[in-house]
Write a protein that binds this ligand. Structure first.
Ligand code: 13P
Length: 250
């Protein structure tokens, strides 16, 4: 069974509204022939115009975080319900930077993922180990532990996208080898199999993230357990189109 590849750009805290608009306008004609699911995740403030600009294009828009409540006294937060209302279809949840700087826990991630699904949005749930954990031989234990908690009690797990992002490969220029990336995405798939059965494991899409660039995407995508990429730095210029169009390279 074939899983549709999904390539998403996580812009993190980059691009003012006019810069976001400029990049989106530049990228639209470059990715219009894409055969993969292509998602841009700009900062909140850019979302409304991003949704508007990408209407009638193959590009979908995602947010980088959301709250699990619909409204209320949560100063500084944005509800999933608000994102859905403006046409956002995807949301990154539990990125390692949010776990590190905003103390997000696996329990928070699980609540957010469930809420996103309830709202018919696709959660991109992030997991991944630190360098220290990998060096101690604990990478598998960490990733499996996160996935078990993050994806607990979900009605239809096949609607979730999981992004395996080893923290030591994020923004460092140090990509995991294809074998390391595929092995860890395999741990995620195996955990989904244990939790939800072989059918769910076969259908769920798993991305690799961490220093993905135009010159390593082809080999990463050739790995059996890797169904896409979550791209940080290299999603901030028009060269992102070379990643999205990886399957068109000769
Ligand atoms: P880089 O591609 O900049 O390493 O970032 C990866 C990432 O964190 C995507 O969410």
């Amino acid at each position: 069974m074939s899983r549709k590849p999904i390539i998403a750009g996580n812009w993190k805290m980059n691009k003012k509204v006019h810069e976001a608009n400029e990049l989106i306008r530049e990228l639209i004609p470059l990715v219009e022939e894409t055969t993969v699911e292509c998602v841009f995740c700009p900062p909140y403030i850019d979302l409304i115009e991003a949704v508007h600009l990408t209407k009638d294009t193959p590009i979908e828009i995602g947010a980088q975080n959301m709250h699990w409540e619909d409204h209320g006294a949560f100063t500084g937060e944005i509800a999933g319900d608000m994102l859905k209302d403006i046409g956002v279809k995807f949301v990154i949840i539990g990125h390692s930077e949010r776990r590190q700087y905003n103390n997000e826990t696996d329990e928070d991630v699980n609540k957010k993922a469930k809420k996103a699904l309830e709202l018919d949005m696709t959660p991109i749930v992030c997991c991944g180990e630190t360098l220290e954990q990998r060096e101690q031989g604990k990478a598998q234990e960490v990733v499996v532990g996160q996935v078990k908690k993050d994806l607990a009690n979900i009605d239809d797990v096949t609607k979730v996208v999981v992004a395996y992002e080893p923290i030591w490969a994020i923004g460092t220029g140090k990509t995991a080898t294809n074998e390391q990336a595929d092995e860890a995405c395999g741990w995620v798939r195996e955990t989904v199999r244990e939790m939800y059965g072989p059918d769910a494991a076969e259908k769920i899409r798993i991305q690799y993230g961490g220093s993905v660039k135009p010159d390593n995407i082809v080999e990463l995508m050739a790995e059996p357990n890797i169904d896409g990429a979550l791209v940080g730095g290299a999603s901030l210029t028009k060269d992102f189109s070379d990643i999205v169009n990886y399957d068109k390279k000769k």
